[in-house]
Design a protein around this ligand. Structure first.
Ligand code: ZN
Length: 75
């Protein structure tokens, strides 16, 4: 999806809000009552499929990812 191709329908009509100002309910994921990570959306305008990824700068934030490890269960 991040490569601009939909994994479900192979369309290249992919749009993202990555590196744009975040707004709305889907822009972040709560980790604790005080902490949230921001999420980048990738949307296919052909079939409607979308994916969400933790924003790269949050993924690199070790302190933040340690909180995620504490709050989520590892598979
Ligand atoms: Zn699609």
């Amino acid at each position: 999806m991040k490569n601009g191709v939909c994994p479900k329908c192979q369309s290249t009509e992919i749009y993202t809000d990555a590196r744009q100002p975040k707004r709305g309910d889907r822009c972040s994921l709560p980790v604790t009552s005080w902490t949230k990570v921001f999420v980048d959306l990738y949307i296919c305008l052909h079939c409607g499929f979308f994916e969400e990824y933790i924003r790269p700068e949050d993924l690199k934030n070790e302190k933040m990812m340690e909180k995620v490890r504490q709050q989520f269960r590892k598979l």
